[in-house]
Design a protein around this ligand. Sequence first.
Ligand code: AMP
Ligand code: GLY
Length: 427
Amino acid sequence: MNLLLIGSGGREHALAVKLADSPVLKTLFCAPGNPGIAEVAQCVTIDVADHKAVIDFCRVNGVDLVVVGPEAPLVDGLADSLTDAGIPVFGPSAKAAQLEGSKGFTKALCDRMDIPTAGYGKFNNAPKAKAYIRSQGAPIVIKADGLAAGKGVTVAMTLEEAFAAIDDCFEGAFGEAGAEVVVEEFLEGEEASFFCLCDGTTALPLTTAQDHKRVGEGDSGPNTGGMGAYSPASIMTDALIAETMESIIEPTMQGMADQGMPFTGVLYAGLMLTADGPKLIEYNVRFGDPECQVIMPRLKDDLLLLMKAAADGMLSSMSARWRTQAAATVVLCAPGYPASAQKGSVIRLPKAIDLPEGVTIYHAGTAINGGDLVANGGRVLNVTATGKTVTDALKTAYRAVDMIDWPEGFCRRDIGWREIEREMAEG
Ligand code: AMP
Ligand code: GLY
């Protein structure tokens, strides 16, 4: 099979490495890719906003399946255009992608299907939003309705913070995404991410992960796209996974199908494990980044066949098996991230052969400039390792981090701290 993978981040590098492993793969194209992806795929320049250009490329190159990594092209209807052109695609339609693209849409679905989530109000002006906040009190959570690259959420511990976040949204800090605002009950508990592959009817549970959204150690500072992750998250026990499937995932699949927008692709549930059981914080319609980087090294089965089955509505006959090993990833960032990352500093990577066993360095925001590998984004490298435990995997990952010659880069040194504490307590 010939495949076209869309995207350029660490997530897509991890997908590319796993897809490249498939015995049924002939050629893997990636648009636009990055210097790491170029080692396993043929990177091509296509404007993915130009759906006709993507379709033409697929026809000329005999592409059998398109895999869309990030959310933006999905929300923009790329999967619909490909489907209309008769080209199989892994990823949801624009309507189904509203699960990520509109927090209000997901909240309405939760209401209709009785899916456990935080109580909320939805507003299109500041005075009404502030009146609601006053009636609820702090802590409280403010969310720009649309896509804001994971940065449109404020967990306000005081009313003043909440009001400031409302003003930011309506004054355009998140552009169009902030034209409507969801104000949500603050949920207490530990977060976990849960992933399923979906074919419109069947949701095949994959595995769990936890990421660290805050830029600073001890989970401090502003939210980012994710500073590191590990899988599995042992806090998501088999019983909690079963409860999540029954109370959250299955009703979502049913509710989407009932509305004539069956969900295909990756359904990524951000959960809060509260005293009253798992509650949905948010949905994403794609793999997490950097969660994908710790899921792929653990998947035993052929990802390409699983994705093809999802695209063809054939998932009910498939299974996904996992290595017992844990995986962890540490994200290396350019200085200034997340506010404004400085591009251009030179990175010298160790030779692959010198890296500790089980380590893969996935590229995210990198570029080649005059023969040098340089930082070209906020999150730049994902140093990923496997190990018997999350603690072991992280020790190895940090050993590899210390082998990278990039004085300007920074990372968090406490990735996985919750799991490490749990593993220590268990002895
Ligand atoms: P989201 O983009 O919706 O995942 O929100 C980003 C982060 O904000 C989440 O990962 C949580 O840490 C936090 N958050 C979002 N909603 C809530 C909530 N209702 N209660 C507590 N924390 C929340
Ligand atoms: N790491 C969080 C996300 O991909 O949304």
